[in-house]
Design a protein around this ligand. Sequence first.
Ligand code: SF4
Length: 117
Amino acid sequence: MGVASDANWGDRAVCKSSDPDELFVEGAAQNRAKAVCVGCSVRTECLAFALDHRIEHGIWGGMTERERRALLRRRPMVTSWWRLLETARVEHEQRLHAGAPASDGNRILPAQSLASR
Ligand code: SF4
């Protein structure tokens, strides 16, 4: 299921049943909070939502507000993160199906690869 077609991604959020305050922490606690997102199946959707809505606080899609601000500054021409991340996901899955290795030999989700650019 693609990003653009999945309006109910929040239903599958790993953090859905946890205390929301755990994702709105400061300093070193943010690294612990980000760990919650590592195995979340809707990480890309979550990040796209936060970027497109310019959400300024909290951990979204495994990124802190500072990391998201930096990403927005690096890519000022992006008008739809939702569309960009969906395209990145499709291309990533096509490469995997074609047998091409991921850039570092591990499976990298689009949200993770964008964050490192
Ligand atoms: S990526 Fe993180 S913040 Fe977003 S829904 Fe998943 S667990 Fe929650």
